[in-house]
Design a protein around this ligand. Sequence first.
Ligand SMILES: Cc1cc2nc3c(=O)[nH]c(=O)nc-3n(C[C@H](O)[C@H](O)[C@H](O)COP(=O)(O)OP(=O)(O)OC[C@H]3O[C@@H](n4cnc5c(N)ncnc54)[C@H](O)[C@@H]3O)c2cc1C
Length: 561
Amino acid sequence: MRPSSRPSQRTARDVSRREFLRTGILGSASLAALGSSACAWEQLSTWAQLSASAQDSDFVPAIVIGSGFGGAVAALRLGQAGISTLVLERGRRWDIRADGNTFATFERPDGRAYWLRDVPVDGVLGLPQLEKPIDRYVGVLEVVVGNGIFVGAGAGVGGGSLVFNAIIVKPRRELFERIFPREIDFGEMEDVYYPRVKGIIGSAPIPDDILATEYYRSSRVSLDQARTAGFPTRPVDLAIDWDIVRDEIGGLRVPSAIAGQSFYGLNSGAKRSLDHNYLAMAEATGRVEILPLHNVVAIEQGHGDRYAVTALRISDGGDVVGTPRRLTCKYLFLAAGSIGTTSLLVRARATRALPALNDHVGRHWAANGDIPVTRGALPLTNAGTGGPAGHFIMEDLDNPLGPTSLVELVLPPHIAAALSLAGAPPHFANYASLGIPPAIGSFSYDAATNVVALNWPGTDPRVANFLAAAKGTLAVLDRSNGSLTLSFNPFVSAHPLGGAVLGKVCDLDGRVEHHRGLYVVDGALIEGSTGLANPSFTIAALAERSMDHILAEDHLRDQPV
Ligand SMILES: Cc1cc2nc3c(=O)[nH]c(=O)nc-3n(C[C@H](O)[C@H](O)[C@H](O)COP(=O)(O)OP(=O)(O)OC[C@H]3O[C@@H](n4cnc5c(N)ncnc54)[C@H](O)[C@@H]3O)c2cc1C
């Protein structure tokens, strides 16, 4: 099945050098040419059609939709509590292969890089060799094309942990308390839940011997520059097995982290993605089964106190295989990520499959103020090496327009090459700029197409302040160091948050209001920001907190009726 209409194609060649330098690595104008990611099955199916054709399947006590940070935590804790649990995951498994060829690389993207796309997003670079089509495949990185924003999200067993830059960082207390309801006690998060997640994922700061190598020069340069600008810095943990990185350096594993790879996956196996820890532990309980390549398209109230879930089995190419599967459960945990979970809820409310959902569903969304930034004219950085991310976060907490942070990311080698070709001043570094945006994004449902769309009012005056704050921080950094910000693109983000938020759609443990047994455990719970920190750590820690409370108070039972 194919989407009914294809957008007009604007090739990377059409992107002028000037425009490229202005919009940068993921230029919004160019991305628009790359097409909508609305799923074919969303467009072609209505709930009624699916429901009618669905094969009635077995009852399972608990279903978790999605296997990212929230889903992996929920699965493990349900399994340990003795609750038989099925995890439905749209993507495939990504077991590390001995030949070092599990994932695509930045230099040679193929279908494995993207979730059901025909061209890599890198086509915006204006390099003809990057324009070649890729096979449509259930690859690791989804690019959701919203109205006013492009959002990256992980797809596969492990969710966002497959594609993430492995940065594990918690917010400062004062920012956490500014954003989260005061009943969610930062002290408890810090004492109990963040350490619990860190212990299981096994994240750790970059060891000094690795930081001192040539590969991580850009990280050291960025740290110096932050200090020169007078910004406080603190180290971040990375979900990386540093011994494997040492093996890469020693030639015993395929160069992957050191070769500047990151969000298509690390072929050396250095990334501690959730399939290696939380999900493996969940399966080891003997109570949890993960079903990959099962795309959930609808949820509804079933008979009695059950929920019904309709899933399509899909092939590696994304085609639907067989008839839809309809499963019922007593406890339904939504963990399809902010966009996935919210889309399911918005559609369920609109189609009256879950008519009691309140008006806050599909609102209070933002992307963590996450803006990709590229800087140039730095001292020698050795750009294109030293992945998957920098080792520290710099914070501009006294910014008069609002607090902003910058965390260094890897600069993919072919992008460094493209920047040089385009005549950018040499010696680059890449960052995620993080701020606190107003959570004014929303989701809308089109009954004619059955599509849920994400809307981000990027030109709303309420957004201007946080953008100005981010630019202010970069201006101080550049002024103090004689460097240049080459790219600042507020229309691209990788940190979707909100849509079913705490205290509005759900209670403070993720229980959906008026829906006993229905829970949200992922980034949809968080109102647009995790307080200048990359979100995965907070999502997982909050899920741990929710599961503690749910298992202690809701008396979940592993029974068929
Ligand atoms: C390129 C990139 C780099 C990033 N780097 C970092 C970083 O370094 N540090 C950090 O903290 N954060 C990072 N993030 C953000 C981080 O990945 C997310 O915040 C986090 O993964 C969200 O967790 P989640 O549990 O909400 O959902 P996810 O981890 O996104 O998991 C959702 C899961 O649900 C599945 N799913 C979705 N819809 C359906 C459906 N209908 N049926 C079945 N399954 C479904 C998805 O395939 C996915 O596996 C990055 C994101 C991207 C895209």
